[in-house]
Design a protein around this ligand. Structure first.
Ligand code: ATP
Ligand code: MG
Length: 294
């Protein structure tokens, strides 16, 4: 572990302050999880409802540590060639043609050297030269398939990967790894066991108010309070997709842009699409009466 990290994050409170300085506000639980993940070091798996700040946690951590964020967005069918590395076929072919044209000798070892390697996010994160570790965000891991999770195990456990033609590449500055999942399926126990785990709750009304005020500074405080209150009520209602912090921010920004001063039934009705993104959910809150949100 580098001295720099010890200096930047001597304890969870200092890290929380650094995150607040880049407008990411954490509670004690998340601050502690991020601190331990950095300093142990051990990958951190973040789960929580949509829009509670899972992805943003990694981005904010990178900003707070003034280090690059390297992001791997997972999807169904992602494999090692997208995540780790791929050989640059066109370039290898060109090298062969050129060697033939020049009557030069070209061995297999030459063709599978580092200059023909296309580095994908995982490899870039491992090879990050420091002095501080990069932050590696493996976003929405639940979208990838089982095989891909198994493939990640070596990386998670040892901060190393094996490339058959080149051997094992070990990080000199192991990245701070943040994984996120929306729980569309359960992850392997083997992956979970290698990670610290943190469930991100919706923030308290107080913290959410501070978050939306920082993100939409032009909005009046009374409007921000009304939005946070209404969003909290929506979360408690029977909607299928409760609004996240992202929606609270978007809604406040929309209201502010429209010049709304006070949140009432009419303004909620006009702008409901900024906060509830499903027709059925809009029907649910309309049926309960929009007036009950203010
Ligand atoms: N703790 C926080 N402090 C400040 N802003 C936050 C916080 N949490 C979330 N936000 C804001 O909410 C937005 C949405 O967060 P983010 O995209 O990280 O959510 P997510 O949990 O990754 O959602 P999804 O499940 O949809 O991917 C961020 O862009 C950020 O502006
Ligand atoms: Mg996300």
């Amino acid at each position: 572990m580098s001295d720099e990290l010890e200096h930047l994050a001597p304890d969870a409170e200092t890290l929380a302050r650094r995150l607040a300085a880049v407008d990411y506000l954490v509670d004690e639980g998340l601050a502690t999880a991020l601190f331990l993940s950095l300093r142990l070091p051990q990958p951190l798996l973040l789960e929580g409802e949509a829009g509670v700040g899972k992805t943003e946690a990694a981005k904010a951590l990178a900003s707070a540590l003034d280090t690059p964020l390297i992001r791997l967005q997972c999807y169904d069918g992602i494999d090692a060639s997208e995540a780790l590395y791929e050989w640059n076929y066109p370039r290898q072919l060109l090298a062969i043609r050129l060697a033939e044209a020049n009557d030069a000798r070209l061995g297999e070892d030459d063709l599978f050297g580092p200059q023909y390697l296309v580095r994908r996010p995982l490899l870039r994160a491992l090879e990050h030269p420091g002095p501080r570790p990069a932050v590696l965000l493996i976003d929405e891991i639940d979208r990838a398939d089982d095989d891909f999770e198994a493939f990640l195990l070596e990386l998670l456990a040892d901060a190393a990967v094996t490339i058959p033609e080149l051997g094992t590449i070990r990080a000199t500055h192991p990245p701070a790894i943040v994984l996120t999942s929306n729980r569309t399926r359960d992850l392997h126990d083997a992956v979970k066991r290698r990670c610290l785990y943190q469930w991100i709750e919706y923030p308290t009304a107080e913290r959410e108010l501070e978050i939306v005020r920082r993100r939409v500074p032009a909005a009046a405080e009374s409007l921000a309070v009304a939005v946070v209150t209404a969003v909290a009520k929506m979360r408690e209602s029977d909607v299928q997709k409760p609004p996240g912090i992202a929606e609270a921010i978007d809604w406040l920004a929309a209201l502010q842009l429209l010049g709304v001063i006070e949140l009432d039934e009419t303004t909620i009705d006009r702008t409901l699409g900024a906060v509830l993104k499903y027709g059925e959910d809009q029907d649910v809150v309309r049926a309960a009466g929009l007036g009950s949100l203010v």
